[in-house]
Design a protein around this ligand. Structure first.
Ligand code: H2B
Length: 102
């Protein structure tokens, strides 16, 4: 796979509009979202679905799970910045989240 490009300022603005629930750092290096579930079972079911998506996209989240909370940080390690790969994974995660939203 060819090396992806960091998102430029205009692309970062567009990304903010597409995924308003995510916090994007000022330098555009990473984006973060905390997902809160009903219980551990729901949190883990979400992670299982996202894990499959990440494998399909060959792009993987940095995440932690504590009981019903999943904290996610996305960044493209290869370039040390946000790229379209992070955008695609964030959009996918927001979609997976839909039915879990209490
Ligand atoms: N995930 C993330 N978040 N950043 C990467 O740079 C990355 C990845 N690289 N998943 C991928 C896998 C790379 O190792 C493979 C070979 O494409």
């Amino acid at each position: 796979m060819t090396k992806p490009l960091p998102l430029n300022a205009q692309q970062l603005q567009a990304l903010r509009a597409k995924v308003p629930a995510w916090h994007i750092d000022d330098q555009g290096r990473s984006m973060r979202r905390v997902f809160e579930f009903k219980d551990f079972d729901q949190a883990f079911a979400f992670m299982t679905q996202v894990a499959r998506l990440a494998q399909q996209q060959d792009h993987h989240p940095h995440w932690t799970n504590v009981y019903a909370t999943v904290e996610v940080v996305l960044s493209t390690h290869e370039v040390g910045a946000l790229t379209l790969r992070d955008q695609a994974l964030a959009l996918g995660m927001d979609q997976v989240w839909g039915p879990f939203n209490p």
